[in-house]
Design a protein around this ligand. Sequence first.
Ligand code: NAD
Length: 441
Amino acid sequence: MTFTYTPIEEIPKIVAASKATFKTHRTQSLENRKEQLRALLRLVEENKVDLADAITKDLNRHSDFEIPTIITAVRDFIDNLENLTQPQKAAGVHEKDDCFVRLSPLGSVLIIGAWNFPIMLVLEPLAGAIAAGNTAVLKPSEVSVNSAQLLTRLVQKYMDPAVVSVINGGKDETTVLLQQRFDHIFYTGGTEVGRIVMQAAAKNLTPVTLELGGKCPAIVTDRVDLVKTAQRIAGWKTLNCGQVCLSVDYVLISKALEAPFIEAVQATWKHLFGDNPRTCATYPKIVSVRQTERLEKLLQSIKKENNIICGGETNVAERYVAPTIVTNVSLTDEVMKDEIFGPILPIVVCDDLNGAIDIINQGEHPLGLYLFSDDKDQQEQVLRETRSGAVCINDIACHFLNHSLPFGGVGNSGIGNYHGRYSIDTFSHKRAVMTRSIAHL
Ligand code: NAD
C-alpha cells in the first residue's frame, strides 16, 4: 500500500493556516464548535464499518469499544457544551466586584497519536480541542497505516479544513512539526518520545499533555473471588494482544494463590482462543514485525532466566506472540524493566500487601494500578501508600471508559489528563476576569 507522507515543506504552511484560522476568532462561538463536533460525529457514525475495517487490518482485532467511545465522548460535548464551558463565578474582593473565570481556547493545538488505538487516540482529544474552541493539527501514528490513511481522507471530507488538518509522517515529519510554535501539544505514546516532545515544546514554552505508558501492576489478594479476578486479568492481557497502555503488565500475588490463579488464567485463555491461539481468528496480532521481534527477544531473555508456564511461541512473519505466563520472576529480570506491551504476563510472588506495595514503589509511577480486594482497609492502604495515574479496584482499565473521571498519568506515565470536562480544562486557559465599578474605587 502506498502511504503518502506530508511533504516536509508543507508542514509550516499547514500550521500557519491553522493559526490564522484561530486568529479570526470564529472557532470561539459555541455554534461553530457544535458545528464541528456534529461534523466529527457524522465522520464516525457514517463510517463505522470502514473505521472498524481499518483497525482490523492494522491490528487484527475488532474495534471493540474504540468507536462507541468516540461517539459517546462527542455526543457528551454536543449535549453539554454550554454547561461545560460557562464562566465560573468567583468571589470579589470588594462587594461590587464582578469576578469570574473564563475558559478561553488556547489557540492552535497539535495532537499526536499512538498506533494501538489509532482512531480513538486522535479523535477523542480532537473532540475536546474543538469543544474548547481551538483549531487542531492531527498527526496519527504512521505505524497503523490503514487507520492513518482513512482518518486523513475522512477528516478532509467532513471537517472544516481551516479548523482541523492532518499531517502524516514518521520521525522526520514529526520533528519538523514539533519545531513549529503551537499553543498546546497533546501527545500519546511512549515515555522516551514523550521526552523529545517536551524538550521541543520547552523551546517555545508550549504547554504539553503527555499521555504515556509504563508498567501497570495488578495486586491479587485473598479477599476477592480468585477465578473472576483471573478472568479479568487474562481477558485484558490479550485485548489488542496486550498492546494497551492500561494493560496489566505484571501480577503481584502470594505463593499460596499463585497456582490456582495461573490455572484460572490458562482456562480463560483456552476458553477465549482454544488450544492454539495461533490458528484462532479472533486472537489479535502484534502491530508490526519490529514489535514482534522486540517481544521475541524479550521471550528469549525469559527462557534463560525464568519459567515459562504456558505460551512462549512467536512467529515474526505472522506477527504472532502466544499468550504467555512467566513465573519465578525477580525485579531485575529483563521482563520487569520496561513496559511489555504484549501478551506476556509475569507473576511476581510477594509475601503480603505490604510486600506488593513495596515492589510497586520501587518502580516508576504507573498509568493504572489494579487492586483485587473487597477489603476496605486494603483499598485505603493502596490508595494512601502508592501513586499512579489512576486506580481501578476489582477490574482492569474500565475507568478509562468513564468520562466523568480524568484520564492521565503521573510522573513517568504522563502529565495532564483529559476526558469530559477535564478535556475542556486541558484545552482551555483559565482566564481570570475582574470587573470593578469605577464609582467605588
Ligand atoms: P511512540 O512514542 O513510538 O509514537 C507515538 C507518536 O510519536 C507517533 O505518532 C510517532 O510518529 C511519533 N514519534 C515516534 N518517534 C518519534 C521521534 N523520535 N520524534 C518525534 N516523534 C516521534 O509510541 P507508540 O509506539 O505509537 O505507542 C506505544 C506507547 O504509547 C506505549 O508506551 C503506550 O503505553 C503508550 N500509550 C499511552 C496511552 C495513554 O493514553 N497514556 C495510550 C496508548 C499508548
